[in-house]
Write a protein that binds this ligand. Structure first.
Ligand SMILES: C[S@@+](CC[C@H](N)C(=O)[O-])C[C@H]1O[C@@H](n2cnc3c(N)ncnc32)[C@H](O)[C@@H]1O
Length: 248
C-alpha cells in the first residue's frame, strides 16, 4: 500500500516524466492487454465514446493521449475524418505508427506533444477525443481549457476515463480486483512493466476521484467552454464516458 501511494504521489509531483516512464515498456502489448485486463470492457467504452464523435461527421479530429492508436483507428473506421493523434510518449507513438501502417496511414497523423500545450492554433479541429488522460496531468482544469481551445465552436468533444463504482458492493469487488488481481494478472501476462501499471491504476483512480469527483469534472468541462455536457458510467461504474460541444 505504501508503494502504491508513493507512486501516486510521484505521478502528482512530475506527471509528464512519470507518464513517460510508466508507459515506456507497455506499447507492444498495450492494445491486447488493455482488453484482457478489462474483460473487454475497454472496447465497449471506446465504442460508446466514439459514437458521440462520429455522429457529428467530423472532417478533422484530434485524439489526445492517443497511446498506440486504438481510438484514432476506431474513429477512422467509424467516420471519414482525418485524425491527428497526440501523445507525449515516443514509445507509444512508435507503436501507433506501426498500428496505423495497416491501412490508415493516409488518414491518421501522429504528433509528439503535451496536452498541457497543444501545438495547434485555436479552433483547428471539428472534434476531439481524449482517453485516460486527466489522472496524468497536474491541473485537469487547465488541460480541459487547452483541449477546448483547439476545437471549433460547436465541435464535439468526448472522453473516456476509468471510474469508481458508486454502489458499495461493486466498489468492494472493484477494490479487490484493482488492488490484488490486476497487479498479479499484469505480472503474469505482461511482466514487470504491467505489474507496475497494474498496481498504480487502482490507487490512482481512487485518489483522482477523491480530489475530482464526477460533479467537479462536469463543472470543469463547463468552465473550459464546453456546453451540453452529458455523461454515463458503464460496466457497473468502472468506466466513465463524457461528451459535450465546444461553446460558440
Ligand atoms: C492509459 S494510456 C491510454 C492510451 C490511449 N488513449 C488508449 O486508450 O489506448 C495514457 C496515455 O496518455 C499519455 N499521456 C499522459 N500524459 C499526457 C500528456 N500530458 N500529454 C499527452 N499525452 C499524455 C501517455 O503517454 C499514454 O500514452
Amino acid at each position: 500500500m505504501i508503494i502504491f501511494n508513493r507512486r501516486v504521489r510521484a505521478s502528482r509531483r512530475r506527471p509528464n516524466q512519470f507518464s513517460r516512464e510508466l508507459f515506456a515498456p507497455l506499447p507492444k502489448k498495450y492494445n491486447s492487454l488493455a482488453q484482457v485486463l478489462s474483460f473487454a470492457q475497454d472496447r465497449r467504452w471506446r465504442t460508446e465514446m466514439i459514437r458521440h464523435v462520429a455522429s457529428s461527421r467530423p472532417m478533422l479530429a484530434l485524439d489526445v493521449a492517443c497511446g498506440p492508436g486504438a481510438v484514432a483507428i476506431q474513429l477512422a473506421r467509424s467516420s471519414e475524418a482525418k485524425i491527428v493523434g497526440v501523445d507525449l510518449s515516443p514509445e507509444m507513438l512508435h507503436a501507433a505508427s506501426e498500428n496505423i501502417a495497416h491501412g490508415y496511414a493516409d488518414r491518421i497523423w501522429l504528433v509528439r506533444g503535451h496536452a498541457e500545450e497543444l501545438p495547434f492554433p485555436d479552433a483547428t479541429f471539428d472534434a476531439l477525443t481524449f482517453t485516460y488522460l486527466l489522472r496524468y496531468v497536474a491541473d485537469p482544469q487547465a488541460v480541459l481549457k487547452e483541449l477546448a481551445r483547439v476545437v471549433k465552436p460547436g465541435g464535439r468533444i468526448a472522453s473516456l476515463e476509468f471510474a469508481v463504482p458508486a454502489r458499495a458492493h461493486w466498489r468492494a469487488l472493484w477494490w479487490i480486483y484493482t488492488r490484488v488481481v490486476l497487479p498479479a494478472a499484469g505480472l503474469l501476462t505482461g511482466g514487470r512493466g504491467w505489474m507496475n501499471v497494474g498496481s498504480f491504476l487502482g490507487p490512482s483512480i481512487s485518489s483522482h476521484y477523491r480530489r475530482y469527483p464526477i460533479d467537479w469534472t462536469v463543472d470543469a468541462w463547463r468552465h473550459a467552454g464546453i456546453d451540453h455536457v452529458e455523461w454515463r458510467t458503464m460496466s457497473l461504474g468502472g468506466g466513465l464516458v463524457m461528451w459535450g460541444y465546444r461553446a460558440d
